[in-house]
Write a protein that binds this ligand. Structure first.
Ligand code: NDP
Length: 329
């Protein structure tokens, strides 16, 4: 018995090569739930795992895909039985464990969540890790007091996966959203998702010159990090919070502590990978309730396994708009 997968191998020179191959089922890792995968998706991390590895993949040959949605085929886990629809994000699947770029995955039951009511496997993967993390960021800002009447919320890397979903959720909840993008071609798309203001990337990408600027943003979801995050910290309103999600613009934080000390600004770290089960369920329930499905549909770029090497390289250059949904079959 074989299944189709995107397999990445490494040659003697350390170069990686990804190709679609038929793989024997007995090569699947030793999990306790086998899932017939319907869809996977493409996140920034997938770009690394399909290509250079970024230190995330430990052994080759490897099947990437950090998230998947499908139907349980076999299970020795008490919580899941054949026929159950399930979703998986995180837990380093697709990095140190074979992931979702395959027609079959064998995983640990504790990593799965039931497909949330109101979602299909396709739109669960349109959300994927990027959208799930955007929801975690919204919830963290709310927990720290953000309300629609607090003022405008900045979303950085807005036309990417995290940014697109964050923009649509915040706008639907009644927030005024300012979307930072480096691509003029995405302005209409971001406005259609609900952004009321577009902030060109160059306006906030410069190194911090003054530790405090005008108090502008009531909250921020930041997918970019680096000099942009540092700059935004000095533009936050008194007591406001920034949810730090990503590092598309760099892992450094060339900031001063002044915004924390003089404005009581909070920097909230968001991790989706090791998030415990109850928090996952709460976030997926909120996604089903607060993310308009027509807006999600507008974000989707469909793809197949053989498109992934090209798309993986594109996402690392910041060239993918919205959410890529991969039909693995
Ligand atoms: P995408 O590539 O889809 O989005 C990133 C966006 O950032 C791009 O579309 C672009 O938006 C902007 N961008 C890219 N390069 C630069 C740059 N050099 N300077 C400024 N802006 C840039 O990736 P995802 O949305 O999937 O992920 C975003 C980040 O979040 C990644 O770093 C990822 O690793 C991280 N992440 C973290 C998670 C967690 O658990 N903490 C989970 C999921 C993702 P635009 O063109 O609009 O400017």
């Amino acid at each position: 018995m074989t299944f189709k997968a995107l397999l990445v191998d490494k040659d003697e020179d350390g170069k990686t090569h990804a190709s679609v191959q038929e793989i024997e089922e007995n090569r699947l890792p030793d999990g306790n739930v086998t899932v017939a995968v319907d869809y996977s998706t493409l996140n920034y991390k997938d770009g690394l795992c399909i290509g250079p590895g970024g230190g995330l993949v430990k052994t080759y040959p490897h099947v990437p895909g950090i998230d998947l949605a499908g139907t349980v085929e076999e299970s020795s886990d008490d919580w899941y039985k054949p026929g159950d629809k399930v979703v998986l994000t995180g837990w380093r699947v697709g990095e140190i464990w074979w992931g979702g770029y395959a027609q079959k995955a064998c995983v640990k039951g504790e990593w799965l969540v039931p497909l949330p009511d109101g979602l299909t496997t396709r739109n669960a993967m349109a959300v994927g890790t990027a959208g799930f993390t955007a929801m975690l960021a919204v919830m963290a800002l709310e927990d720290h007091g953000l309300k629609p009447e607090s003022g405008p919320v900045l979303v950085t890397g807005a036309a990417g996966g995290v940014g697109s979903v964050a923009t649509a959720i915040l706008a639907n909840l009644g927030y005024e959203v300012a979307a930072v993008t480096g691509r003029e071609s995405t302005w209409d798309y971001l406005k259609a998702l609900g952004a009321s203001t577009i902030v060109p990337r160059d306006d906030v990408n410069e190194t911090v010159k003054r530790p405090l600027e005008a108090e502008t943003w009531a909250g921020c979801i930041d997918a970019v990090g680096g000099p942009m995050l540092a700059r935004v910290l000095g533009q936050m309103k008194y007591g406001a919070s920034v949810a730090a999600v990503g590092l598309a613009g760099g892992a450094s934080l060339p900031a001063t502590v002044v915004p924390f000390l003089l404005r009581g600004v909070n920097l909230l770290g968001i991790d989706s990978v090791m998030r415990p089960y109850d928090g996952r369920i709460r976030a997926w329930e909120r996604i089903a309730k607060d993310l308009p499905m027509d807006k999600l549909e507008d974000m989707i770029q469909p793809a197949t396994l053989s498109d992934l090497p090209e798309l993986g390289a594109q996402i690392l250059k910041g060239g993918v708009k919205g959410r890529v949904v991969v039909d693995v079959n």
